[in-house]
Design a protein around this ligand. Structure first.
Ligand code: 13P
Length: 259
């Protein structure tokens, strides 16, 4: 996907089937007023709702349905896992890889994540690859080195062509679910750093065309300032994506001059 403004909802492990269906319909009722060829919506839903949400969103422009994790193998004896081939077969188009909750709570390391990214691309799924530092890492001036390592180990095995299909999300761990978002300046600084890393390893052209989303307590009252920053191309939104009104308000706050 080329560089776009992207407002993405990560529903995490929330909502009943009925609520998930309703939320999808409520978003669909309004999102087209605020999307176009440069401004897209993505919904990262629990596996068990993905088929239904994909059906509801099928044929609708500028909206993509994804899930929050996957296994890297096509099939096999991996009890409890979901493969990219299965996701293809129900119309899923994208997948979050390396969310900090997966890294921390489920011990996913950079080597595993590198395999997942590669496999997602091989199966035509758009990977949204997440990076971010903890509070302790920020306070000890390790933000850039942590982000650098996550990007190098998670993504730098990709070819130029593969890299141009990735979306990156910068999600400082201390901002996730805490109500304490990174300031626009803090986020912009890391986004510019990430873009520069990609330019150095790949090319300026690839770096300029990659979408880098910010995630961590993005809400209707702080989204406009974050989304105005030159290297912030969108948001990956947790809590505020569970209410259609909040999610649409964030979408509405995407700066129109760049859209
Ligand atoms: P919150 O918006 O709830 O802080 O979650 C952010 C996030 O983790 C999105 O992936």
């Amino acid at each position: 996907m080329k560089r776009n403004k992207i407002i993405a909802g990560n529903w995490k492990m929330n909502l009943s089937f009925v609520e998930a269906t309703q939320l999808t319909q409520d978003i669909l009722a309004q999102y087209q007023n605020y999307t176009n060829q440069h401004t897209k919506v993505m919904l990262f839903v629990p596996f068990v709702y993905a088929q239904k949400v994909a059906e509801i969103c099928a044929e609708k422009p500028n909206i993509y349905v994804g899930v929050q994790n996957m296994h890297y193998e096509k099939a096999g004896a991996f009890t409890g896992e979901i493969s990219p081939v299965m996701l293809n077969s129900i119309g899923v188009e994208a997948v979050i890889i390396g969310h900090s909750e997966r890294r921390t709570l489920f011990h996913e390391d950079n080597e595993l994540l590198a395999k997942k990214v590669k496999s997602a691309l091989e199966h035509n799924l758009i990977p949204v690859f997440c990076v971010g530092e903890t509070l302790q890492e920020r306070e000890t001036n390790q933000t850039q080195s942590v982000i650098c390592m996550q990007i190098e180990k998670g993504l730098f095995h990709l070819s130029h062509e593969e890299m141009s299909k990735i979306i990156i999300a910068y999600e400082p761990v201390w901002a996730i679910g805490t109500g304490k978002n990174a300031t626009p300046e803090q986020a912009q600084e890391v986004h510019a750093y990430i873009r520069n890393l990609i330019a150095t390893r790949y090319s300026t052209n690839i770096a300029q065309n990659i979408s880098i989303l910010y995630g961590g307590s993005m809400k209707p009252d702080n989204s406009a300032d974050l989304l105005k920053q030159p290297d912030i191309d969108g948001g990956l939104i947790g809590g505020a994506s569970l209410k259609a009104k909040d999610f649409i308000e964030i979408l509405q706050s995407v700066p129109q001059s760049n859209a």
